[in-house]
Design a protein around this ligand. Structure first.
Ligand SMILES: C[S@@+](CC[C@H](N)C(=O)[O-])C[C@H]1O[C@@H](n2cnc3c(N)ncnc32)[C@H](O)[C@@H]1O
Length: 175
């Protein structure tokens, strides 16, 4: 696991109550979902990704194929939504954030870990280079805060993750 994963796990641990229902958006190879499952074995975890490798759902994890822009879940299904290193791959970030808001329960939390492009020159150039290499499209503090506000989120916080490259952020919000 990378520092960003530990930062997200730590953020979950700091929540006032252990989330019973967790959605992991963009789970990749599923190893972080498995780490979340090992840390919170009593939580019921659903993990969704547009491309799904051969992963076997375990006792408390269900892996499914789908996109954040059109989540196949009912209104207010989850206590917590996490998404790590995935946001910059989403084609419609604003739509994805609104969908997450829809499926979160009232008082539910969103935790995003992702690089953000910030406007000091070297970061911007590094970010643009990474974007080309990675095939994604990074957003920035202002835009992500705007998407979260528009969707209806409260208590929005965007902070740099310490001890990582200078553009990795933890973005948290509450429905
Ligand atoms: C770099 S991987 C991150 C994997 C994992 N979360 C981690 O931290 O190791 C990004 C994942 O986001 C997924 N993804 C990209 N666009 C998506 C979308 N619109 N909806 C859901 N998942 C998406 C990709 O298929 C990919 O598996």
């Amino acid at each position: 696991m990378r520092t960003i994963h530990y930062a997200v796990l730590n953020e979950i641990s700091c929540l006032q109550t252990i989330p019973q229902t967790i959605l992991d958006v963009g789970f990749g190879n599923g190893s972080f979902t498995q780490a979340v499952s090992a840390t919170f074995p009593r939580s019921d975890i659903t993990a969704i990704d547009t491309s799904i490798p051969k992963l076997v759902s375990s006792d408390n994890i269900t892996f499914i194929k789908g996109s954040v822009e059109q989540l196949p879940f009912a209104l207010e299904s989850f206590d917590l939504v996490i998404t790590v290193l995935s946001l910059h791959h989403w084609k419609e970030k604003s739509k994805g954030i609104s969908e997450i808001y829809r499926v979160l329960k009232k008082g539910g939390r969103l935790i995003i870990g992702d690089p953000l492009l910030e406007d000091w020159m070297s970061n911007r150039i590094l970010g643009l280079l990474m974007q080309v290499l990675d095939g994604g499209s990074f957003t920035d503090k202002k835009r992500i805060s705007g998407y979260l506000n528009t969707a209806g989120f409260e208590d929005i916080s965007v902070r740099l993750i310490p001890n990582t490259m200078k553009s990795l952020y933890l973005i948290t919000a509450k429905k």
